[in-house]
Write a protein that binds this ligand. Structure first.
Ligand code: ADP
Length: 495
């Protein structure tokens, strides 16, 4: 009886594998870190062989820890760090350069010029504004800097893939060159309206179509693993980029439903249904993960500094000794006494978009102390999240029914309650924190028939903790007014 789903969660700093049972509960997991390579300031690379070997080891280890064999696994789901770019030889399967990681800034100048010259045009095709994050300028860089690469590409001898493609290629013994729609959406080459690579964008970067993987819906089926890897072939039933997988794992299936991942930064995605929404706030339009051919779209936005502000309190300011301590310190005062922190350490993102903004602490009085500043830092995470969600609501003319949350800082109950209060909407935190892996497992399980429908998925999982808004409107509006003034002061320094 095939009771289990194996989710492979290939992240930026580690590879993980989790075995889920039919109830959607994690049964066993394994994790392995791999090297981060920084060949120059601002450059970030991974060794593609380490990505693959660490992922394979974890998969085997998770099966071993679960005490099951490949025969009991119905399907594999893959989720991965997005945008990271690998180019390999079709003949040998060997990468011709290291993986260029999403964080790598080596193509920032190129992306900036593109953004200035034809940003709108690019976004109208692929949903994203030109940025060095996305794969296109990274592929172009490899073709321009690796000896003979352009000629090989022209002769059809090279293959490009995001990490999911690289894993599928290796999982299938080099037989299949595939990706899913969500990962394709992050390459800056994929036409999200026509579900095909864009000839116009391919020409812009000089990338021949022969390099590109076939794109399938996230739950479409991606071949079988080579039998020798796990002792028996296992179908690969689902693939989605990490944030998209989390949206699916959180069961945000209705238009207007959104999830926020509170990590170093925040990643917000809102399901917008069958039609792509062009944002007026420079949010990204992307294809959501679906188990069928029918497209669904999402809006995506991110907060640059979220949990990182808490690390800053700990490491630079010495105001707390652990991130978790921020909660009790914040609760030790009834409010921030008018103190606001705008943690624009790396500029301000949506909906303000100012690269020159810098962190700003306002409203200090003689009575302001450590606890007020710690509380202001936590509250800033909620305000920034609220700003993005309001922009999404404006773009979609939808009202957020509730917000589903995950990520390290979602453990902070003070922050979650304040988030609910500031949004005026319930915040729902699932008991299974592994929403990304779970999303990949859900896609794979639907594909394999372990689960039949989205309704069935909604009924799975171990329940949620709800944080209901309890703040009166007057207080909420006064707090939000104060935040707006603080942001204004932060931005005024950039003129
Ligand atoms: P990432 O995947 O970006 O590394 P995680 O999801 O592991 O992030 O979350 C880690 C971040 O969350 C850190 O920035 C940390 O400061 C913050 N964090 C962790 N626990 C708490 C907490 N209890 N309260 C507030 N912030 C927290």
């Amino acid at each position: 009886m095939q009771q289990y789903i194996l989710a492979l969660d290939q992240g930026t700093t580690s590879s993980r594998a989790i075995v889920f049972d039919r109830a959607g509960q994690p049964v066993a997991s394994a994790q392995k870190e791999f090297r981060q390579l920084y060949p120059r300031a601002g450059w970030v690379e991974h060794d593609p062989d380490e990505i693959w070997s660490s992922q394979l080891e974890c998969a085997r280890e998770a099966l071993r820890l679960a005490g099951i064999t490949a025969a009991e696994v119905a399907s594999i789901g893959v989720t991965n760090q997005r945008e990271t770019t690998i180019v390999w030889s079709a003949a040998t399967g060997r990468p011709i350069y290291n993986a260029i990681v999403w964080q790598c800034r080596r193509t920032a100048d190129r992306a900036e010029r593109l953004s200035r010259d034809m940003g709108e045009r690019v976004q109208s095709i692929c949903g994203v504004l030109p940025d060095a994050y996305f794969s296109a300028t990274k592929i172009e860089w490899i073709l321009d800097h690796v000896d003979g690469a352009r000629e090989m590409a022209r002769r059809g001898e090279l293959r490009f893939g995001t990490v999911d493609s690289w894993l599928i290629y290796n999982l299938t013994g080099g037989r299949l060159h595939l990706t899913d729609r969500t990962n394709a959406s992050r390459t800056m080459l994929y036409d999200i309206h026509r579900f095909d690579w864009s000839d116009e964008l391919l020409a812009l970067f000089g990338i021949p179509r022969s390099m590109l993987p076939e794109v399938r819906p996230s739950g479409a089926g991606f071949g079988d693993t080579a039998p020798e890897l796990f002792g028996r072939a296992i179908p690969i039933g689902g693939v989605a980029g990490d944030q998209h997988a989390a949206l699916f794992g959180q069961c945000c299936f209705e238009p207007g439903e959104a999830k926020n991942t509170y990590g170093t930064g925040c990643f917000l995605l809102m399901n917008t249904g069958a039609l792509p929404i062009a944002s007026k706030n420079r949010l990204i339009t992307t294809l959501a993960a679906t188990e069928t051919d029918l497209p669904e779209y999402a809006l995506e936005g991110s907060v640059f500094v979220a949990g990182a502000a808490i690390q800053w309190l700990r490491d630079e300011m010495g105001l707390i000794t652990s991130a978790a301590e921020s909660e009790s310190v914040a609760r030790s005062v009834p409010d921030t006494a008018g103190v606001y922190l705008v943690p624009a350490f790396a500029g301000l993102g949506a909906p303000y978009w100012n690269a020159y903004a810098r962190g700003t602490l306002v409203g200090l009085t003689r009575g302001a102390g450590r606890a007020h500043i710690v509380r202001a830092a936590l509250e800033s995470i909620a305000y920034q999240t609220s700003d993005i969600l309001r922009a999404m609501e404006a773009d979609t003319s939808k009202t957020l029914p509730h917000l589903r949350v995950d990520g390290g800082a979602s453990a902070n109950a003070f922050l979650m309650q304040f988030q609910a209060d500031i949004l005026g909407a319930e915040v729902l935190r699932p008991s299974c924190a592994e929403t990304t892996a779970l999303g990949a497992a859900y896609l794979a399980g639907l594909n394999a028939g372990v689960w039949q429908s989205r309704d069935e998925l909604r009924a799975l999982g171990g329940g949620t903790t709800g944080f209901r808004p309890s703040m009166d409107e007057g207080t909420r509006n006064a707090l939000l007014d104060g935040w707006r003034v603080a942001v204004k002061q932060c931005l005024s320094g950039t003129n």
